[in-house]
Design a binder for this molecule. Structure first.
Ligand code: A3P
Length: 303
């Protein structure tokens, strides 16, 4: 991500809006899904319908707090390694966030453009499907995702806080959080996860073997790199390396965004009843589905 100052400016602006926004006013609903008023607007959603995708765009889809900034960095570095050009365009990388004119400006940006998104598959603009754009979907186990989401709200001084973890958990399970329900997101993407132009990767797999994950991502997008180049990107994308640079790359929010980077942190917050509730929800919504299997729920979420 190259134009860091623009990127940080956008984050700072969103934080400034957050300061004046009470939790009770944070969300607005568009086509049945709650979004934060600090980052999304009705006008931008309407303009998104006119977005013209290119066949060599790169879509990175994930539910919030699944590691989207990590993936964005890895893919930017892959592009840089292959093209020798920094991924330089001054736009906040989340497709649905920003002002409605951003899609006009994006027409001028060089290929390949990275389009990060937290949208459901069926909320993406039609041109993405028409042009058979490759889509990488990043998943993370729902328990760590919820804990990361809670900390983001409650640790960042300018973002509205929840009264307690228990209160956040209730809203998370109801899908009354920014970008809606984790489970609805997963059910929606599940319908397309085996499509030819879609690939799923897991946060936990990246943690376990970063170089192997980066290699798979490169292969999916058709980038040819040497083992040495993959190792260089791996070293730059560890949690420690990214956290150390976070204030420069992401501004004041950086250290909160790169918080802990661990698998299993949910054990510090989940009560027994919350474990049971989420296990039942997983069973009802995702067990036995393609995404359900890929999530390796039993390995990562068993109490
Ligand atoms: P934690 O809050 O559990 O630490 P997103 O970028 O989608 O908002 O996701 C943020 C989560 O991804 C945070 O989780 C953050 O620490 C984690 N993350 C970011 N970069 C990472 C990296 N290089 N390695 C592991 N986890 C990373």
């Amino acid at each position: 991500m190259a134009d860091k100052s623009k990127f940080i400016d956008y984050i700072d602006e969103a934080l400034e809006k957050s300061k004046e926004t009470a939790l009770s006013r944070l969300l607005f609903t568009y086509q049945g899904i709650p979004y934060p008023i600090t980052m999304c607007t009705l006008e931008t959603f309407q303009a998104l319908d006119t977005f013209e995708a290119r066949s060599d765009d790169i879509v990175l889809a994930s539910y919030p707090k699944c590691g989207s900034n990590w993936l964005l960095y890895i893919v930017s570095e892959l592009i840089f390694t292959v093209t020798k050009k920094k991924h330089e365009y001054p736009e906040f990388p989340v497709l649905e966030c920003g002002d409605p004119e951003k899609y006009q400006r994006m027409k001028q940006f060089p290929s390949p453009r990275i389009l990060a998104t937290h949208l459901h598959y069926d909320k993406l603009p039609e041109s993405i499907f028409k042009n058979k754009v490759k889509i990488l979907v990043l998943f993370r186990n729902p328990k760590d995702t919820a804990v990361s989401f809670f900390h983001f709200h409650n640790d960042v001084p300018d973002i509205p806080s929840y009264g307690s973890w228990d209160e956040f958990f209730k809203q998370f399970m109801k899908g009354q959080v920014s970008w809606g329900s984790y489970f609805d997101f997963a059910i929606n993407w599940n319908k397309h996860i085996e499509d030819a132009n879609v690939k799923c990767i897991l946060y936990e797999d990246l943690k376990e073997n970063l170089a192997s994950g980066i290699k798979q991502i490169a292969e999916f997008f058709g980038f040819s790199l040497t083992g040495e180049q993959i190792d260089t990107i791996s070293a730059l994308s560890t949690f420690e390396a990214m956290r150390a640079r976070s204030q420069v790359t992401h501004g004041a929010v950086g250290p909160f965004l790169f918080r802990k980077g661990k698998v299993g942190d949910w054990r510090n917050l989940f009560h027994q009843s919350q474990n049971q509730e989420m296990d039942e929800k997983f069973e009802a919504c995702l067990a036995g589905t393609s995404v359900g299997v890929k999530l390796k729920y039993n390995s990562y979420c068993q109490a």
